[in-house]
Write a protein that binds this ligand. Structure first.
Ligand SMILES: [Zn+2]
Ligand SMILES: [Zn+2]
Length: 199
């Protein structure tokens, strides 16, 4: 007997091209459906593109209820999986072939379907200006000045990046992501904040 997968996994997706981030909440079955969709491209013209995603270990289905060990392992694997899926989307959108457009649409459907407060939009220029005046991350109280090394690839800059939420409050990525994994609100003003800009 299969247990229904009640656990929703929350990941923060960062698009390095658009400098945006959003919160993604999905169940195991939804990750599995995307993985199976990607496997259908493993023998076609896009096989070299999808290979980095399919080469990753994908969590097994369990025949018992989710426990903390299963959830921890899945969260780690889904995080690597989604990072590769975002990179795959960037490669697909750079191509103009029909299969690449189809694959890009599948990935976009997965990444955007539960992005949350689309209507809230992204922080505007005035909000960005007001957050700069605070200069400190309200979680760790350290300064928000950019310390990322631009020579590093974007995914290695993760701990130093600053995320600007839709409300205009900014935090270190490493500080606010654990919070956004449990809440969809800003930790300071409690406004809905499922997306924002990466600074
Ligand atoms: Zn911080
Ligand atoms: Zn706020």
């Amino acid at each position: 007997m299969l247990f229904p997968d009640h656990t929703r996994y929350t990941l923060v997706i960062v698009c390095p091209k658009a400098c945006e981030f959003w919160v993604l909440q999905k169940r195991y079955s939804e990750f599995l459906a995307l993985h199976q969709a990607l496997r259908r491209y493993s023998r076609g013209t896009l096989k070299t593109l999808v290979r980095p995603v399919l080469d990753l270990a994908f969590p097994q289905r369990h025949f018992r209820a989710d426990d903390a060990v299963i959830r921890h392992e899945r969260r780690r694997m889904f995080s690597d999986f989604v990072e590769q899926v975002v990179a795959l989307l960037c490669r697909c959108t750079a191509l103009t072939t029909a299969p690449a457009a189809d694959l890009a649409a599948i990935i976009q459907g997965f990444l955007n379907a539960s992005a949350g407060d689309h209507a809230t939009g992204l922080p505007n220029a005035s909000a960005a200006g007001c957050c700069k005046s605070s200069e400190r991350c309200a979680i760790c109280l350290d300064g928000l000045e950019a310390s990322a090394d631009p020579a590093l690839p974007w995914h290695l800059q993760l701990p130093q990046r600053v995320l600007l939420l839709v409300c205009g409050h900014a935090f270190h990525e490493g500080c606010v992501v654990p919070w956004l994994g449990r809440n969809t609100t800003c930790p300071l003003c409690r406004r809905m904040s499922c997306r924002g800009l990466v600074q």
